[in-house]
Design a protein around this ligand. Structure first.
Ligand code: ADP
Ligand code: 5GP
Length: 213
C-alpha cells in the first residue's frame, strides 16, 4: 500500500504517550492522522468526545465488536478500548464509508496514522497487514510512573493500582525481542521527543514531500 506507514504508540499509562503526541501534532499536525479510539471509560476534564476518544457505553461497544466493526479491542483497567475499522470513526474523516479501513484511509491521504493502544492492541495489530512502526514509550522507573500518574490527578486509588499493575507487565513485555521497533525511555521530555521525531523522520519526509503534490 502506498503512503506513509502507520505508527503504533504503546507503553504504560502515564509514560507520556499523549504528551509526546501533542507535541508531535503541534509541530507536524498536517502530516498525521490520529486514530480516535472508542472507550467505555469516563472522559477526563478537558477531553473531547470525537477528538480524544469516542466515549460510548459498554452495551454499544459490545454490540459493535460483535458486529465485527473493530480492528482490535481490549479490556484495560476495567474499561473497553478499541480501534474501529470503519472510516466514519476516524476523527479526520467524519463521513461513513463502510468496508474501508480507517487506518488505510488515513494512509491513502498521505498522512501518518497514529494508533495509541495498549499491549493487547499491539499484539492484535501484529496479526493484521497494516505494517506499522511499533514504538513503546516507557517511564524511567515505576516510582516515577506512579508520581506522574498521581500528579496528573486523573485516577482514583483503585484505578491507579490497576494501571500500575498493568504497567509492571508492560515494562517487562517491552523487552520482548522483536515486539517493538523502538523503545523510548521518557525521562527528559525534550530528549524523548527528539528520539520520537528521529524515528519517524523518514515517514514525516515522505508525507511532507507529497503534501502539496
Ligand atoms: P500517557 O498518555 O502515556 O498515559 P501522559 O502523556 O498523560 O501519559 O503523561 C502522564 C503525566 O506525566 C502527565 O501529567 C504529563 O504532563 C507528565 N509527563 C509526561 N512526560 C513527562 C516527562 N518527561 N517528565 C515529567 N512529566 C512528564
Ligand atoms: P487511557 O485511559 O489512559 O486514555 O488509556 C489507557 C490505555 O488504553 C493506554 O495504554 C492506551 O494506549 C490504551 N488504549 C487507548 N485506545 C486504545 C485502543 O483503541 N485499543 C487498545 N487496545 N488500547 C487502547
Amino acid at each position: 500500500m502506498a503512503g506513509p506507514r502507520p505508527v503504533v504508540l504503546s507503553g504504560p499509562s502515564g509514560a507520556g504517550k499523549s504528551t509526546l503526541l501533542k507535541k508531535l501534532f503541534q509541530e507536524h499536525g498536517s502530516v498525521f492522522g490520529f486514530s480516535v479510539s472508542h472507550t467505555t471509560r469516563n472522559p477526563r476534564p478537558g477531553e473531547e468526545d470525537g477528538k480524544d476518544y469516542y466515549f460510548v457505553t459498554r452495551e454499544m461497544m459490545q454490540r459493535d465488536i460483535a458486529a465485527g466493526d473493530f480492528i482490535e479491542h481490549a479490556e484495560f483497567s476495567g474499561n473497553l478500548y478499541g480501534t474501529r475499522s470503519l472510516l466514519g470513526s476516524t476523527g479526520l474523516l467524519p463521513f461513513p464509508a463502510p468496508s474501508k479501513e480507517a487506518v488505510r484511509a488515513v494512509q491513502a491521504m498521505n498522512r501518518i496514522c497514529v494508533l495509541d493502544v495498549d499491549l493487547q492492541g499491539v499484539r492484535s495489530i501484529k496479526k493484521t497487514d497494516l505494517h506499522p512502526i511499533y514504538i513503546s514509550v516507557q517511564p524511567p522507573s515505576m516510582d516515577v510512573l506512579e508520581q506522574r500518574l498521581r500528579q496528573r490527578n486523573t485516577e482514583t486509588e483503585e484505578s491507579l493500582a490497576k494501571r500500575l499493575a498493568a504497567a509492571q507487565a508492560d515494562m517487562e513485555s517491552s523487552k520482548e525481542p522483536g515486539l517493538f521497533d523502538l523503545v523510548i525511555v521518557n525521562d527528559n521530555l525534550d530528549e524523548a521527543y527528539v528520539t520520537l521525531k528521529q524515528a519517524l523522520s523518514e515517514e514525516i519526509k515522505k508525507a511532507e514531500g507529497t503534501e502539496h503534490a
